[in-house]
Design a protein around this ligand. Structure first.
Ligand SMILES: [Zn+2]
Length: 587
C-alpha cells in the first residue's frame, strides 16, 4: 500500500488550478478562489469553485467536490489508488522509492501465508484427512467453534502438499523466507516444514495471519512445537498469541491474562477467560508491553503452570513488567497444574475467582522468595536477595523504585537504603516507565462521521455502492481513504486494517464506535445512509461558512451589491434550500 504521508505529499504538490486547466476546466480568479463551469454537469453560469490553498474544489450546482484525487476519480471513473499513482508522476513524487523494497517481499510473504492458512484449514476440516487432528482437539476439549475462531489447521504427514501449491502460485521463494518450506538438501525443489502437525496460526491484533505454530501429532519429526521463523510479517517480540480473539474483552476489562502456551490460551478461551493471550517465545519484551498498552490492557494477570518452571517464569517476567511500570498480579495454579487442563477441570467460575483474588506481582514475589518474612534465617534472606537482584536492577528511578525497596525492607527487616546499595547494579534509569507510543500515534485521528463511514465500509464493502452523495470523495482523512481504497480493491478486512495507520486502527477499533453499528444488514444500510447524509451536511456547512466569510470580506450588504456578492447570495440560498431538503429527507 502507498503510505498515507506520500498521498498527502502528492496532494500538497499538485497545483489544482493547473490540473483542472489541463482537463478542460477554464477557471477565473474570484477573490481567494477560482471559478469556472463545472465539468460534471451542464451549466452556463459558473458554479464550480476551486480553493487552491485548501486543495479542494466544490460545485454548488451538482455538489461534486473533494480534492485532486476525487476530481480525477470522478472525471475518469478511476480508482483512488490509480489516481494517486497517476498524480504522483505529475507531482514528481517517486512512489517506487517511497515503497520500500522490503514491501514487495512483505506482500509476497503475506500471500504465501494466506495460501498456507487456507491450506491447513482445509486439511483439518476435510472429513478423511483431518480426522486424527480433530480427534486430538476433541481430546483436549477444544470445540469446533473455538477451533474455527482460532483458525486451527492440520498439516498432514506429506512432503510437498503445500510446497506444490505455493510453487504453482510463484510464491515458493517467499514461503521459504517465511519458514513454510525448505529447499531439498539433494536435488531441486522444496519440501513442507510442517508435517504431521496441528497448526496454530499466529495472528496480528487485527486478525491477519502472520506466522504458524505447529504441534507434532504424527511421526517423530523434530520438536514437539515448531514455529515458523520471524519474517517481514512476524516479529515474535511484538506478538502476543490470541490477542486478535482477546481484544474486545481486554478493552472491556482493561486486563490481560498472560499464559505461556498456545493451548493454554485456547483452553482458557474455551473456559470463558476471553482476555487470555500467550507469549510466542519465553521472553516478555518492551515491545509486548507497548502492544498491551495499545490494546488498553492496563493490568496483566500472569497465569502460569503450577510448578517450578511456572514460578521461575513469573520471576523472569517480573523484571520487564516492573521496568515498564506495568501493573501485574499472579494467579498461582495448584502444584502440577497447567492452565489448560486446570481450567477445563474446575470450570470458568473457579478460574475467574482465582484471577480476582490473585495477589499483586510484588506481593507474590516477596511471599515466594522469602515465605517466612523478617524471621527468616540470614542465609534465606541472602538467597532471596539474589533472586530479587535482576528484578530490582531494572526498576526505573522514581516512586515505584522507592516503594519497592520500602516493601522489601519490611519483608527482610533490613533498612531500605542498605538493600538498595546491595542490589545496586544499575538502576534502570534508561528504561522508559511508560511505553513509547508507536510512531504514527501522534497522527491526527479521523473526524467522527468520517470514521463511522469507514467503519460501515469495513463491516460490509458493498455499502460503498449505496453512497448516493459520493461522501467517499469528500473524506479528508488520508488514512481512511487509503483503507477504503484497499477494501474496494478486494483486500480482506483484516489485511486492510493491518496495513492501516495507528490512528485509523485506534479509531475504528473503539468500542463505542463499534457498538454504534447495527448488526442487522438492513439496519446497517439505513444507518450508513444517515452517515452519508451527515457527511454531506458537513460539506454544506463548510460551503455556507465560506460564503458567509467571503460575503463579509467583500462588504456585500445594502443596495450596492457587486455581481460577485449577488451571486454568492444566490448560492447561499440554494445551499440552504439543499440543506433543508437533505435534513427533511428520511433515509
Ligand atoms: Zn457541477
Amino acid at each position: 500500500m502507498i503510505p498515507d504521508s506520500k498521498i498527502d505529499e502528492i496532494r500538497e504538490r499538485i497545483d489544482l488550478v493547473a490540473l483542472m486547466g489541463r482537463h478542460g476546466v477554464e477557471l477565473k480568479k474570484s477573490g481567494r478562489s477560482f471559478k469556472g463551469c463545472c465539468p460534471f454537469h451542464q451549466e452556463k453560469t459558473p458554479s464550480f469553485h476551486v480553493w487552491p490553498e485548501e486543495r479542494r474544489f466544490k460545485c454548488f450546482g451538482c455538489q461534486a467536490g473533494g480534492d485532486a484525487f476525487s476530481f480525477l476519480q470522478r472525471l475518469f471513473g478511476k480508482s483512488f489508488l490509480d489516481t494517486v499513482r497517476d498524480l504522483a508522476k505529475d507531482a514528481g513524487v517517486d512512489l517506487d522509492e517511497a515503497i520500500d523494497p522490503g514491501l514487495k517481499e512483505k506482500a509476497q510473504i503475506k500471500d504465501a501465508t494466506d495460501v498456507a492458512a487456507e491450506h491447513f484449514k482445509s486439511r483439518l476440516w476435510d472429513a478423511v484427512v483431518g480426522k486424527r487432528a480433530r480427534e486430538y482437539l476433541l481430546s483436549r476439549g477444544v470445540t469446533e467453534d473455538v477451533a474455527r475462531a482460532f483458525g486451527l489447521g492440520w498439516a498432514p504427514l506429506a512432503w510437498t502438499e503445500l510446497a506444490d501449491k505455493l510453487r504453482e502460485r510463484g510464491l515458493i521463494a517467499a514461503a521459504e523466507k517465511a519458514g513454510l518450506v525448505s529447499p531439498r538438501k539433494t536435488g531441486d525443489g522444496h519440501y513442507d516444514m510442517f508435517r504431521g502437525r496441528l497448526i496454530i496460526p499466529i495472528r496480528s491484533p487485527e486478525g491477519r495471519t502472520i506466522a504458524f505454530g505447529g504441534r507434532l501429532l504424527e511421526g517423530d519429526d523434530g520438536p514437539k512445537y515448531l514455529n515458523s521463523r520471524e519474517s517481514k510479517l512476524y516479529n515474535k517480540s511484538e506478538t502476543l498469541y490470541g490477542l486478535d480473539q482477546a481484544r474486545d474483552e481486554v478493552r472491556k476489562k482493561k486486563s490481560v491474562v498472560l499464559c505461556e502456551g498456545y493451548f493454554d490460551c485456547i483452553g482458557l478461551h474455551q473456559a470463558g477467560v476471553k482476555n487470555a493471550v500467550a507469549l510466542c517465545s519465553t521472553a516478555l519484551t518492551p515491545g509486548h508491553m507497548t502492544v498491551l498498552a495499545r490494546a488498553e490492557g492496563k493490568e496483566l494477570v500472569l497465569l502460569l503452570d503450577g510448578d517450578d518452571a511456572g514460578r521461575k517464569a513469573v520471576e523472569r517476567l517480573a523484571a520487564p513488567i516492573l521496568a515498564a511500570g506495568g501493573k501485574a498480579r499472579v494467579a498461582a495454579l495448584p502444584d502440577g497444574e497447567d492452565p489448560d487442563t486446570w481450567a477445563r477441570k474446575v470450570g470458568p467460575e473457579a478460574v475467574h475467582k482465582l484471577i480476582e483474588t490473585a495477589p499483586t506481582l510484588t506481593q507474590w514475589l516477596f511471599a515466594t522468595v522469602l515465605p517466612q518474612g523478617p524471621t527468616s534465617s540470614f542465609e534465606a534472606k541472602m538467597d532471596a536477595l539474589e533472586r530479587i537482584r535482576p528484578i530490582a536492577a531494572g526498576l526505573p528511578v522514581g516512586l515505584m523504585r522507592s516503594a519497592f525497596f520500602g516493601a522489601l525492607s519490611g519483608l527482610m527487616g533490613l533498612p531500605a537504603a542498605e538493600l538498595e546499595s546491595t542490589l545496586k547494579g544499575k538502576p534502570g534509569a534508561t528504561v522508559k516507565a511508560v511505553p513509547k507510543p508507536a510512531p504514527g500515534l501522534e497522527e491526527k485521528p479521523p473526524e467522527q462521521w468520517e470514521a463511522l463511514f469507514a467503519a460501515g465500509v469495513l463491516r460490509d464493502v458493498r455499502l460503498l455502492g449505496k453512497d448516493q452523495w459520493r461522501a467517499a470523495d469528500e473524506l479528508k482523512h488520508t488514512g481512511l481513504r487509503n483503507l477504503i481504497a484497499a477494501l474496494a480493491t478486494g483486500h480482506s478486512r483484516e489485511d486492510a486494517l493491518y496495513e492501516a495507520s495507528e490512528a485509523v486502527k485506534r479509531t475504528l477499533e473503539e468500542q463505542a464506535l463499534q457498538k454504534s453499528l447495527p448488526e442487522d444488514d438492513q439496519a446497517l444500510e439505513q444507518w450508513f445512509l444517515v452517515v452519508c447524509r451527515r457527511l454531506k451536511l458537513r460539506g454544506l456547512e463548510e460551503q455556507l461558512t465560506r460564503i458567509a466569510r467571503e460575503l463579509a470580506q467583500s462588504g456585500g450588504s445594502g443596495s450596492d451589491l457587486t455581481d460577485e456578492a449577488r451571486e454568492m447570495l444566490s448560492q447561499q440560498a440554494q445551499l440552504l434550500a439543499l440543506k433543508r431538503q437533505i435534513q427533511a429527507q428520511k433515509p
